[in-house]
Design a binder for this molecule. Structure first.
Ligand SMILES: Nc1ncnc2c1ncn2[C@@H]1O[C@H](COP(=O)(O)OP(=O)(O)OP(=O)(O)O)[C@@H](O)[C@H]1O
Length: 990
């Protein structure tokens, strides 16, 4: 027979999640939820009545009756007392309605309920000898021809296989058990039919389910009142009969079986025949939905409420275990329907929050494989070996496989996909009995975490109450099978059989546990959980920590051949016995899982995630806070920086401005001081040595003679008209005008320095000083104005180079100081001014020298005059002096109007009618001097005067020539317009 092993897809493995825990609270009590079961009552299952030899008894005439009785109207038949010593007599059933009520089954020989009409295969004397052999012994026997007798053929197959719908027999699964005993009979939340994945639910089912439950409970009550069987309650054992393959002829053996689903009874009339009553019996036509509803639905709901639950399918290969657990698209099995219910429950329980994680493993050839982890291809292309998964045990988690991948799921579809992925990875192969036989035990574990949802007013970090963690294990066992043809199949089969045998053995020996509790003779018997991975993994459940639902699948059809029929019968009987032992021996003390209170180290992801979420939220908040603060700080800093920069800029600008101002002020002050110094020295020079020439002033950059000086000069001129030649005066005037830019009238006879001095010294000295002071003041005012003008120009020059100067002085920009050229322009102006001042000083010096020369010439002339005018000239001189004094007095009193004073004085004397000697105009010879006098005087002194004048003229001309050259040069160089007060025409003349 060709066998194929489905290849596993090579997907990258994902990191394993924490392994699934299996709580191990073997000795926990469920007193609060269910009344303790006594050993006798815990055996609960009505088992087939057996003959003393151990062969189940069967009613000899039942089949013929069964087929004619309507199941709905079946009356209950009084239950015969069957005990260990009950004679092996088949219960005679006239009709289904006459089937007896399920008897109480004695748990062990000598038990108080040993009068149960149905004996326990594992404990009844009839089975004492056979049970140790089962299942392997029996299988071995069967494979060697079988030890079981062939049941007598009593009826036709059609009649025998007739099953009865409706559940007249009390069972835990269908809710018929005593409500106070079975957790699985506790009222559950109404089923959410609408949530069924494939619409397998219907209102009819609901109604039927309710009716069935009510009916069953009534039955249970009546049974209890009748002293009927007790049940373990938390363990549900169901048997499902697989329909025969279409086209198979019915064999005689088929007719020996009778399946009564309504009463959860299977009757076998062959050898070792009898009646087997379970919690549920599903006939061939029962669909997966019914199987789930009756065998697993309540268990799943209990799991959602916090109990651990285990559902597993057990049976011979090809009998429909996988079909029952997984189902098909049109008929979903226990696993998909459980998933649907899980999410329905979550939807119906808004007061709690849930977290689901799922793992999927298989035990293949006694090795555990993670079906959710896909092996990765190694360097040689071959898939790398998966890390070995081991079973571990600790007090908190019980027995668990590690490392095992767990996936958190959030929807039924997601969960179904995960499981489908695991199914794809499961090892299946074709065998003699199943084209797609599961070669491994597959365990789906769904861990349900739940906790009370926090109310809107709850401000605690975690919701009140802890996290409850429960586990739903859905196990599809590999089928027991006979030796296969291929070595691989044989090896697989050997492992499968071995593990199943161990499971059977453990379950068989579970009765010893009861003994232990009671201190019975078998209390020291060892339970070989560790003999197989399967039993080791199931240990917590088998020890009673979990609600258990066992679905045993059988096939009673002959499949066409006698050999097959024989084989089937033996296997079916073995399976049925296994189911009976499980029902009788497994005691579940399942209780709700404790709520782990906010333990971060606990395996409850809900708590860990909650705490992590809290932590992350805090981090996020602090981060966003920090970010905000940072942003604020950054903005602040930016603003501050901008503000600072602005302030710095402003400060720098201010500093620059201040510096500039300071510089300008300093420069101006210095300049003023310098100029003042210069002025002072110039004034002092003028006052002390050059009184007449110090009165030179500058108006608007032009050197002019102050009026006082002019007037005095005019006066002097007038007084000296008779003594100076017009030519020399003219020459002097021209020379001095050229050298000093004085505006002196052409033709004006130069002043008589001696006379002037004598006027000051010998005449009205006070008046002379006042005139000089005024002249100096005017001169000073002129100079100040000139300085102001210069300062203004300096300021303008500074302003024009403002930005460059700022840059040069700004430390921020680090630029170089102002270029020498720019600075030079200011300096040039200053230099120029200095030069001008120097020039002026030089001119003053010249004038001084000229004055000295004139004075000495005057003295010499005076000496000459004195020598000539002996006696006669004294009167004229005195008169002249007198008139000069008057004139001087008048001029000093009139101030600026000196000339007019002079003229008025001249008019009053009646000596002068000539034009006034206005400075700046050619002044005619004063008329005060008579021509005769002048002529006589000139004739005497002319040679001397001419000589002196000539000498002076030469000196002045030379000097003027030098100065004019240098002055012109200066003016050209500096560009400063120092206009000569003399008109150009006159200058050119000079
Ligand atoms: N109740 C049923 N109704 C219809 N078909 C069924 C039923 N039970 C089983 N079958 C069919 O029988 C065949 C074998 O069933 P399945 O593979 O579920 O057996 P198994 O017990 O899982 O076998 P194995 O132990 O070898 O895996 C399948 O084709 C399945 O569809």
């Amino acid at each position: 027979m060709a066998t194929t092993t489905l290849p596993r897809p090579s997907l990258p493995p994902s990191g394993p999640l924490p392994s699934l825990p299996i709580p191990k609270t073997r000795k926990s009590s469920v007193a609060s939820l269910s009344t303790p079961t006594t050993p006798s009552s815990s055996t609960g299952l009505p088992l087939p009545s057996r003959s003393p030899s151990g062969v189940p008894s069967r009613p000899p005439t039942a089949p013929s009756k069964i087929q004619h009785v309507a199941t709905s109207s079946l009356p209950r038949v009084p239950q015969p007392a069957v005990g260990a010593n009950t004679p092996r007599a088949l219960r005679k059933t006239i009709s289904i309605g006459s089937f007896p009520q399920p008897p109480k089954i004695p748990t062990r020989p000598g038990s108080t309920s040993s009068n149960s009409p149905i004996s326990n295969p594992s404990t009844s004397p009839a089975l004492e000898t056979s049970i140790p052999k089962t299942p392997n012994t029996q299988r071995r026997s069967a494979s060697h021809g079988g030890t079981l007798k062939r049941p007598p053929r009593t009826s036709s197959r059609a009649n025998q296989l007739r099953s009865f719908t409706g559940s007249g027999t009390p069972s835990l699964l269908n809710g018929a058990g005593a409500p106070s005993v079975s957790l699985l009979d506790l009222p559950s939340l109404p089923a959410s039919r609408a949530s069924s994945a494939h619409g397998s639910y219907s209102p009819f089912d609901d109604e039927e389910d309710r009716r069935g439950r009510h009916r069953s409970m009534d039955d249970a009550k009546s049974e209890t009142s009748k002293g009927g069987k007790d049940k373990t309650g938390n363990v549900i054992v169901s048997v499902r009969v697989r329909p025969d393959a279409p086209g198979n002829e019915s064999s005689k053996s088929d007719l020996e079986w009778m399946v009564d689903g309504r009463r959860s009874l299977i009757s076998y009339r062959g050898r070792e025949g009898g009646e087997y009553i379970y919690d549920n019996v599903f006939a061939a036509h029962d669909n997966n939905s019914k199987v789930y509803d009756s065998a697993a639905k309540r268990l799943v709901r209990r799991v959602m409420e916090g109990y651990h639950g285990t559902v597993f399918a057990y049976g011979m290969t090809g009998t429909g275990k996988t079909f029952s657990m997984q189902g098909t698209a049109s008929s979903p099995g226990v696993i998909p329907l459980a998933i649907t219910d899980i999410f329905s429950f979550i939807r119906e329980t808004p007061q709690r929050e849930f977290l689901l994680r799922v793992s999927y493993l298989e035990i293949y050839n006694e090795k555990i494989h993670d079906l959710l982890t896909t092996p990765v291809a190694g360097p040689n292309g071959q898939p790398t070996q998966q890390e070995e998964i081991k079973l571990r045990e600790d007090s908190k988690r019980g027995v668990y496989a590690t490392p095992l991948k767990e996936e958190i799921v959030q929807s039924p579809t997601q969960l179904l996909r995960v499981i489908a992925r695991g199914d794809n990875n499961r090892r299946v192969a074709g065998t003699q009995f199943n084209a797609r036989s599961s070669r491994s035990h597959a365990v789906v574990q769904i861990v349900v975490e739940s906790r009370e949802r926090a109310g809107p007013n709850n401000r605690a970090p975690l919701p009140p109450g802890g996290v409850r963690v429960s586990t739903l294990s859905l196990i599809d066992l590999a089928g027991s099978e006979r030796a296969a043809e291929s070595k691989e199949r044989r090896t697989e089969g050997a492992h499968i059989n071995k593990s199943l045998l161990t499971l059977g053995t453990v379950i068989s020996k579970l009765s010893f546990e009861k003994d232990k509790e009671k201190g019975g003779p078998n209390s020291d018997k060892h339970l070989p959980y560790r003999d197989s991975k399967l039993t080791r993994l199931l240990q917590p459940a088998l020890q009673g920590n979990s609600l258990i639902s066992i679905l045993c699948t059988i096939q009673i059809g002959s499949a066409g051949s006698i050999a097959t029929a024989q084989n089937h019968t033996m296997e079916t009987l073995n399976t049925m016995k296994f189911a009976s032992r499980a029902k009788n021996n497994i005691v579940s003390h399942a209780k709700k899982a404790d709520e782990a209170l906010g333990d971060p180290g606990s395996r409850a992801l809900l708590d860990r995630y909650r705490l992590e979420i809290l932590d992350l939220r805090k981090q996020l908040e602090s981060q966003s806070k920090t970010t905000k603060e940072k942003e604020v700080v950054e903005v602040k800093e930016e603003n501050e920086q901008v503000e600072k920069a602005r302030e710095v800029q402003q400060e720098q600008r201010h500093e620059e401005q201040m510096l500039e101002m300071q510089l300008a002020r300093t420069a101006l002050k210095e300049r003023i001081e310098h100029l003042n110094r210069l002025i002072l020295s110039s004034r002092s020079l003028g006052v002390n040595a050059n009184r007449s020439f110090s009165s030179l002033s500058m108006r608007n950059g032009e050197l002019t003679a102050p009026r006082s000086a002019r007037s005095s000069t005019a006066t002097i001129d007038a007084s000296h008209l008779n003594r100076t030649s017009s030519a020399s005066s003219l020459r002097f005037s021209r020379a001095s005008a050229a050298s000093t830019n004085l505006i002196i009238a052409e033709g004006h006879e130069g002043p008589e320095p001696e006379e002037e001095d004598s006027l000051g010294e010998n005449g009205d000295g006070t008046a002379t000083s006042a005139v000089q002071v005024r002249a100096l003041q005017a001169d000073l005012a002129d100079k100040n104005r000139y300085i102001q003008t210069l300062e203004k120009r300096l300021l303008q020059a500074r302003r024009s180079s403002h930005s460059r100067v700022s840059m040069s002085f700004s430390p921020r920009f680090g630029t170089q100081p102002t270029s020498p050229g720019e600075e030079g322009s200011s300096e040039a102006v200053i230099r120029e001014k200095d030069a001008e001042i120097s020039e002026l000083r030089a001119r003053l010096d010249d004038k001084e020298r000229m004055l000295s020369a004139l004075r000495s010439a005057g003295r010499r002339r005076e000496v000459a005059d004195l020598s000539l005018d002996t006696g006669s000239g004294a009167h004229n001189s005195a008169t002249l002096r007198s008139s000069q004094r008057i004139s001087q007095r008048t001029s000093s009193g009139s101030g600026s109007n000196t000339s007019s004073g002079v003229f008025s004085n001249a008019k009053s004397s009646g000596k002068s009618t000539a034009t006034s000697p206005v400075i700046g105009t050619r002044s005619p010879v004063p008329s005060t001097l008579s021509p005769m006098k002048r002529g006589s005087k000139d004739s005497v002194t002319r040679p001397k005067m001419d000589e002196m004048t000539k000498m002076l003229d030469e000196m002045i001309t030379e000097r003027v020539h030098q100065r004019s050259t240098s002055g012109t040069q200066h003016r050209v160089d500096s560009g400063v317009s120092v206009k000569p007060s003399l008109p150009r025409s006159r200058l050119s003349e000079s």
